[in-house]
Design a protein around this ligand. Structure first.
Ligand code: F6P
Length: 322
C-alpha cells in the first residue's frame, strides 16, 4: 500500500481533527502518501481530494469540528455514485481509506468495500456514543462535558427560583448522552427512548420530593428522534400535575468546542491504529475500545447491532436524587 485517503462523515464531533492529524502523521511516518477527502462522501463523489502533509494538520489537535468538513450524502446510498467515488479514488492511486464517522458513514464504507473492493477502516466519531463494538466514540466525552457545564449553570438558576427544568440533550435515538449527564449532573429524572420513565412516575416522584423539602429539580430528556420533544414533555407534565417546567434545548452547541484530553487521546490512538491496520492488509473493520484496549469489529456487525443505553446509570441517578 502506497497511498491512502481519510475523510470525516456524518455529524461532526470534537476530536475528529485529532484523528485526522494522527492518520496523516502516522501515514507519512510509515512512508505512505495520504490524501484528505473533503465533505465526506460528497467530496469522494465530486473528486474534492488533495494530498496532505504533516504541516497541513498542524495546530488542529485542540480544535473542534473537522478541517476536512463533513456531510450527509444521500447520493452515496446509490451504487452508481459509489462506483463514481471509487473511480475517483483509483484515478489518484488511493488504495485504502480511513472513515471517521458514525453508523451511517460505516454503512457507506462497508458497501464501498463489498462492491468496489476498496479497503476501509472505520474510526468511530460521533457525540452520540451509539456505535456497537466500542465503549467510547470520539466526541462523546467532550459533548457530555459541554452539556454538563450547561446543566450546572441551569441548576444555579433553578435553585434560585425554586423551579423545575427540562434540559434536552442530543443523541438521535439513543440515550447515552442523557444517561451520562443525568448521573453526572444530579438529575432527578432521565427520559430516553429506551428507558421506562413515564410522565406519571416522574410527576409522582417530583411531588414526593417537594413534600420532602426539595425546591428545584432537573429532568434530562434525550431528544429521541424528535428534537424539541422536551416541549411535549413539559406540556404533559403541566397537564398531569399543574407543575410548570422551563425548557432548555442544548442542541448543536453540544457538537462544538475544544475536545477533552480523553477525546484527543482516543482519536490519536484510533487514527494511528487505522493506518497500521491498512498496512497489515485489513479491511471492513472498525476500531473500537474494550476498556483501555483497542479492538477491531467487522463493519457489518457494527452497523447491524445496537448499543443499548445503560439503565444502571439511569437507575443510579434516580436513586441518588432523593
Ligand atoms: O449524530 C450526531 C447528532 O448531533 C445527533 O445527536 C443529532 O440527532 C443529529 O446529529 C443532528 O444532525 P444535524 O446536525 O444534521 O441536524
Amino acid at each position: 500500500m502506497k497511498k491512502i485517503g481519510v475523510y470525516t462523515s456524518g455529524g461532526d464531533a470534537p476530536g475528529m481533527n485529532a484523528a485526522i492529524r494522527a492518520v496523516v502523521r502516522m501515514a507519512v511516518a510509515k512512508k505512505l502518501e495520504v490524501f484528505g477527502i473533503h465533505q465526506g462522501y460528497i467530496g469522494m463523489i465530486e473528486g474534492k481530494i488533495n494530498q496532505f502533509q504533516p504541516r497541513d494538520v498542524a495546530n488542529i489537535i485542540q480544535r473542534g469540528g473537522t478541517v476536512l468538513k463533513t456531510g450527509r450524502s444521500t447520493d452515496f446510498m446509490k451504487a452508481e455514485f459509489r462506483k463514481k467515488a471509487a473511480d475517483n479514488l483509483r484515478a489518484l492511486g488511493i488504495e485504502g481509506l480511513v472513515c471517521i464517522g458514525g453508523d451511517g458513514s460505516f454503512r457507506g464504507a462497508h458497501a464501498l468495500w463489498e462492491e468496489q473492493k476498496i479497503p476501509v477502516i472505520g474510526v468511530p466519531g460521533t457525540i452520540d456514543n451509539d456505535i456497537f463494538g466500542s465503549d467510547n466514540t470520539i466526541g462523546f466525552d467532550t459533548a457530555v462535558n459541554t452539556a454538563l457545564d450547561a446543566i450546572d449553570k441551569i441548576r444555579d438558576t433553578a435553585a434560585s427560583h425554586d423551579r423545575l427544568f427540562i434540559v434536552e440533550v442530543m443523541g438521535r435515538n439513543s440515550g447515552h448522552i442523557a444517561s451520562y449527564v443525568g448521573l453526572a449532573g444530579g438529575a432527578e429524572e432521565i427520559f430516553t427512548p429506551d428507558a421506562n420513565t413515564t410522565v406519571e412516575k416522574a410527576v409522582d416522584r417530583i411531588k414526593e420530593s417537594i413534600q420532602r423539602g426539595k425546591t428545584s429539580s432537573i429532568i434530562i430528556a434525550a431528544e429521541g428522534q424528535k428534537p424539541g420533544r422536551a416541549y411535549d414533555l413539559a406540556e404533559a407534565i403541566r397537564k398531569k400535575s399543574g407543575l410548570d417546567a422551563k425548557v432548555c434545548i442544548l442542541g448543536h452547541l453540544q457538537r462544538g468546542g475544544s475536545p477533552t484530553a480523553s477525546d484527543r487521546i482516543l482519536a490519536s490512538r484510533m487514527g494511528a491504529a487505522a493506518v497500521e491496520l491498512l498496512i497489515q492488509g485489513q479491511s471492513d473493520v472498525m476500531i473500537g475500545t474494550d476498556g483501555q484496549k483497542l479492538v477491531t469489529v467487522p463493519l457489518d456487525v457494527v452497523v447491524k447491532s445496537e448499543k443499548k443505553t445503560s439503565m444502571d446509570l439511569i437507575h443510579l441517578a434516580t436513586a441518588l436524587s432523593i
